[in-house]
Design a protein around this ligand. Structure first.
Ligand code: ATR
Length: 277
């Protein structure tokens, strides 16, 4: 039986085994997918051992995505831009391939599942960490009117905006800085990628950021609406969503890379939503 796994630390609450089991059942693929807690200093060793023993594919999560990037011999363009790898598999010649499906997962959830249009939109991203770097290239591919990155540490946002402006060759498209950049501005799409919400915090955001057509997406998710979602609802956002769909969509893209089959994600998202407590 073909073996797959997700490597992370911590890993206990990973939904990936459940998601991939659903995909496998739906597409009638015989495979096994496990969640493995890897010691912080043992990632490289664990990856080698997994593939040496015939493992077919790995997902990689916190805190190993950069290490997975370094380990991959071949990398996709989107992994290259993300500077992080969340999917590993072997090429025909046995070389380790690294890809990153996080950004396409976010875009698919917003466009295909939620029906939001991204083209020509004024986008705002809160945060400038690894999660943001991972999604910038696929977001830019959707051709927004502008993309603004704001972060508690302004310099990180400025640097990220500059780096991707150079790559995209359009210097007017991206802007980065601190939260003061938001003064008097309005956005069509707001994406929260700061980890502040994990501890129930929210940067101070003026409600005037939203128009009556603004969509708000939180990359984290939970049984209850996140603080960012509650803020968005309070200020009458047009549409509000959390990151559960992104989680399932990035998994579906990994599944596709491994099995060349696209599972339906809607029933899996629905089922997962019901299991959240
Ligand atoms: P991730 O992989 O989730 O992006 P990260 O690289 O540690 O993790 O980035 C976390 C992001 O959340 C950063 O943008 C961080 O802001 P700083 O760059 O200023 O650290 C942001 N963040 C975390 N806690 C925050 C808080 N209490 N208020 C505002 N931003 C916060």
């Amino acid at each position: 039986i073909d073996k797959y796994a997700v490597f992370g630390n911590p890993i206990k609450h990973s939904k990936s085994p459940l998601i991939h089991a659903s995909f496998a059942e739906q597409t009638e693929q015989a495979l096994q997918y496990r969640a493995v807690r890897v010691e912080l200093d043992a990632f490289e060793c664990a990856v080698k051992a997994f593939f040496d023993r015939g493992g077919r594919g790995l997902n990689v999560t916190v805190p190993f995505k950069q290490q997975a990037y370094d380990l991959a011999v071949q990398r996709s363009v989107r992994a290259e831009r993300a500077g992080a790898v969340n999917t590993l598999y072997l090429a025909e010649n046995g070389e380790l391939c690294g890809d990153n499906t996080d950004g396409i997962g976010l875009v698919r959830d917003m466009v295909a599942n939620l029906g939001w249009s991204l083209q020509g939109q004024r986008m705002l991203i809160l945060g400038a960490g690894g999660a943001v770097r991972g999604v910038l290239e696929p977001l830019l591919k959707e051709r927004p009117a502008s993309l603004t990155i704001v972060n508690r540490t302004a310099q990180r946002a400025t640097d990220l905006a500059q780096e991707f402006a150079e790559l995209s060759g359009d210097s007017g498209l991206l802007q980065g800085g601190g939260y003061e950049l938001l003064e008097g501005r309005q956005f069509d799409l707001l994406i929260n990628a700061s980890s502040a919400g994990l501890s129930g915090e929210l940067p101070d955001l003026p409600g005037s950021l939203l128009t009556e057509r603004s969509c708000c997406y939180d990359m984290i998710y939970g049984a209850e609406p996140t603080v960012f979602m509650r803020w968005a609802a309070l200020h009458a956002a047009w549409a509000v969503a959390d990151g559960l769909g992104m989680l399932v969509e990035q998994a579906a893209e990994s599944f596709y890379l491994w099995r060349k089959l696209r599972p339906s994600t809607a029933p899996v998202i629905k089922h997962l939503r019901q299991t959240l407590t």
